[in-house]
Design a protein around this ligand. Sequence first.
Ligand code: NDP
Length: 485
Amino acid sequence: MAEITPTRDGRAELVSRFPHDGSEVGRVPVATPADVDRAAERAAAAMDEPGWRDLLPHERARILRAIGDAIEADAARLADLQTLDCGKPITEARALVASAAGTFRFFAAVCETQAGALPPARGPYLALTHHVPVGVVAAITPWNSPIASEAQKIAPALAAGCAVLLKPSEETPLVAREVARLAAEAGLPDGLLTVLPGDGTVGEAVVDHPAVRRVSFTGGTATGRRIAERCAPRFVGVSLELGGKGPAIVFPDARRTQAVAGAVYGAFGGAGQACVASSRLLVHRSIVDEFTEQVVDAARRLPVGDPRRPETRVGPLISDAHRAKVLAYVERAVADGAVVHCGGGPPADPDLAAGPYVAPTVLSGLPPDHPACTEEIFGPVVTVLPFEDEDDAVRLANATAYGLSATVWTGDTPLALRLSRRIRAGTTWVNTTKQLSVASPFGGEGDSGIGREKGLAGVRQYQSERSLYLGLDDAPLPFAGLEVS
Ligand code: NDP
């Protein structure tokens, strides 16, 4: 979590605080409008420098690989910093740092192997397509998994040949700056990656800058919608990875131990602050009571606490304000008759009183259209709803505006395949959950946004595809025979 404070020279700083106890972790200067202008102009100029513009793909790939290696070499420090900045349990933070290094290496490989195309010719010419960088990219990243989200945007944008203006979340401004420093040390030319921290105005200034030709945003749906509206008049392309309200659907033939563990991990990993959280548990009516009891029993035993401890599985939320939002959902659910099976408020442990903790919470007894069942709470809160059969499961799964991810627990593979087609979700997991590979496209449908990140085509959103027709010697054109003097 972070707050803004003025400095003596009249500028402002973001002060990052460790969510666990509010202690200061570090400070970064807030970017001014003039900083945004300067960075955007430098970015546009850097993209046009022959040293970058004409760099051959394998040479650009070498820089990306070097950034990945630098992240890996500094992994322990980056993971500690990530945990302090956002409160992520250290085991998860280490995995995110490793994934960031892997993301740079993956896009290095993509960069080296990307090919144009030779569409079938329909006339006396040779037709080619090739790709050019779309322009300066504005990347706006969230606070829940900063280094992974940042790598996911920076690496493909650089692989495409673009320059990046990175606006990290005001809650977690520290790691992005470290990644930019490592990238510079790894040989990334000046101006190609600038981090612009801020709170309240910098995001808009970056998106609105005329040099920016592509925006990649991960965050809340309301903000994503505003960004899309701002970009539309200039036809600036957007990729929006927004919220989710993922269902985990449990059939009676699911392997029970795996499904219970998956339901608990899906709902409470990252303290539920994950767009791909399974925050709705849809359980077949024949097993719902027993399954809920098993989930509640496991949730009560989850180690909640100081995220620096390796045994911690559920850390603090990002801020007091966010906890208030999460608890408001729980309070409303209780007022509307929800059964609270566990949690429902801060944990009893007095050592956790200084941080914005919420105990893993399981609710049932709500109608499917209750806000706790349809809106993204983004905290360790899961609602349980029973379903009758396959059609009912699909109806409930699709009963929100979101469409990011879904999980199905069943021993019936054809059923799982049918559901993966019928449920609105950019990603479906069957008998596993929250597994994400940089090689697989990721993104949502409906209010979960548009566009796909990652995957072999992850670079393409940062490029413009161009067609080239190469006339063959003396091939006649329709106006052949016209006298040319
Ligand atoms: P938001 O998702 O609303 O996004 C805040 C970021 O967007 C900041 O960097 C901000 O920059 C920038 N921004 C805000 N308005 C604009 C604009 N008009 N144009 C350009 N940039 C803009 O963040 P919150 O942290 O408030 O999260 C709200 C909710 O979103 C959460 O409660 C959660 O439900 C969801 N969320 C989803 C995530 C996901 O992974 N999909 C991740 C994080 C949150 P500036 O401060 O300079 O305005």
